[in-house]
Design a protein around this ligand. Structure first.
Ligand code: UDP
Length: 415
């Protein structure tokens, strides 16, 4: 495995972006509209709660959404649910079960879920006007709405279309106590007695993960990880999680490798609410064996610039998930005009319109076939990347997400 002992050449940190800076990307009119909407919420307070401060897409979104809502005058606080490894092992099992995996859930798991939520409930205040609970881990905090007349919203980032019945039956009564639920794609929803809203997740075009980088910095990151810039680079960026199928990516790469002298980069890290990461990392290392052209990079959570550089240096970006929430890594790659080969799961087909903004695949063989096709047709691959960039700019940027939040708060306020 590649180590992180050498540092890449430094890249100047830009000032933290402010709302006005986004006008250069999305136009002044959109920024003006955000200010107009936010004015109507002036003095209102929001609390966001999720289960990890680093790692994974939700933390990635909140990191930028929260400061910008504050800049707009909507006072927003972000709190992270506290729990031990045992709790996060249970919530990971629930997460997989909600994605449709089988679960031999033990009765004490449900008790632990409720106990940890209750401990957190006692430590947090819930006096804000809008409480937004992200994902299932903190769902039972909704108990705190008793006796309050503020607005509670459940932001579900996962695909609930085929949930394991035992886990869903346990969580569903909690969900039903919210005023509204937000889902990342139309097919992700369940039939619920509360209003449901479609909220595409978003990426921040000005963050370290996505901003333009000097070519020398990209080059230095490749050198640091001993990746050859002269040969095609296939990359998947993902937590080491079985649902991201990193072993399947290695298998697809091996099929491509018979025809193209290419390299594979699998870069990921952990999330504090995902205790399975180390085990999956070992599985991938085993699958890669000693192939010097497979680079498995276990990156620390502050590696945004490195991930950005790896995405920009890639010939093709892969996202071979077996199940997916939205798949922010796809939007990140498309914004960088990369041809993407991704599984048709979760929110990926919303981003990758087959043969227009990328290509979809359904298996290891299909993934390998599409990679070979794009390596053989670089002009077509480039066009996909350009279309993908426009698609992300139109639909999946942070400013759109903020607009949706402001509109939802205004709607709920009037009820
Ligand atoms: N990510 C990261 N470091 C890693 C792996 C992933 O910063 O080692 C980021 C990735 O760039 C993306 C987010 O974490 O912004 C993952 O979001 P996605 O929706 O793709 O998947 P999730 O992890 O939420 O299932």
């Amino acid at each position: 495995m590649d180590s992180l002992t050498h540092s890449a050449i430094p890249v100047d940190p830009p000032p933290v972006p402010h709302l006005e800076d986004y006008a250069a990307v999305v136009g002044q009119a959109e920024i003006h509209e955000l200010r107009e909407l936010a004015m109507r919420l002036s003095g209102r307070r929001v609390k966001m709660v999720n289960s990890t401060a680093v790692g994974g897409g939700v933390a990635e979104i909140l990191n930028r959404l929260v400061p910008l809502l504050n800049e707009l005058g909507v006072q927003t606080q972000w709190e992270v649910l506290k729990g031990g490894n045992d709790f996060f092992a249970v919530t990971k099992a629930f997460h997989n079960a909600l994605h449709g995996e089988s679960c031999e859930c033990r009765p004490e798991w449900f008790d632990l879920f409720l106990t940890v939520n209750e401990e957190n409930r006692r430590q947090m205040g819930f006096d804000e006007d809008f409480i937004v609970i992200h994902d299932p881990q903190p769902l039972a905090l909704v108990q705190a709405r008793e006796g309050r007349n503020n607005h509670w919203i459940w932001r579900c980032h996962i695909d609930l279309s085929r949930p394991n019945a035992q886990v869903w039956n346990f969580l569903r009564p909690m969900v039903e106590r919210f005023d509204a639920a937000m889902f990342s794609a139309p097919p992700f929803t369940q039939s619920l007695p509360i209003p449901q809203y479609l909220f595409y997740p978003s990426i921040d075009p000005l963050s370290d993960k996505n901003r333009e980088l000097p070519p020398e910095f990209i080059q230095s990151v490749l050198e640091r990880f001993q990746v050859d810039p002269k040969r095609p680079i296939l990359t998947q960026i993902s937590r080491f999680d079985r649902l991201k199928d990193p072993v399947g990516v290695v298998q697809a790469y091996r099929k491509v490798r018979k025809y193209f002298d290419c390299q594979l980069v699998l870069a990921g890290g952990g999330a504090t609410d995902d205790p399975e990461g180390d085990m999956v990392l070992r599985e991938v290392q085993e699958a890669a064996q000693t192939d010097p052209d497979i680079h498995i990079l276990n990156l620390p959570p502050w590696s945004h610039l490195e991930i950005n550089a790896l995405q920009r240096a890639s010939t093709i970006v892969i996202q071979k998930s077996l199940r997916e929430g939205f798949g922010l890594t796809v939007a990140e790659a498309l914004l960088k005009k990369k041809p993407v080969v991704a599984s048709a799961v979760g929110g990926i087909p919303v981003q990758v319109i087959h043969k227009v903004t990328g290509v979809l695949a359904h298996s290891i063989e299909g993934t390998a076939y599409q990679i070979r096709f794009l390596l053989s047709n670089p002009d077509f691959a480039r066009r996909l990347g350009e279309n993908g960039h426009e698609h992300v700019k139109e639909n999946f940027l942070l400013t759109h997400n903020i607009r949706r939040y402001l509109l939802l708060f205004l709607t709920l306020q009037q009820q």
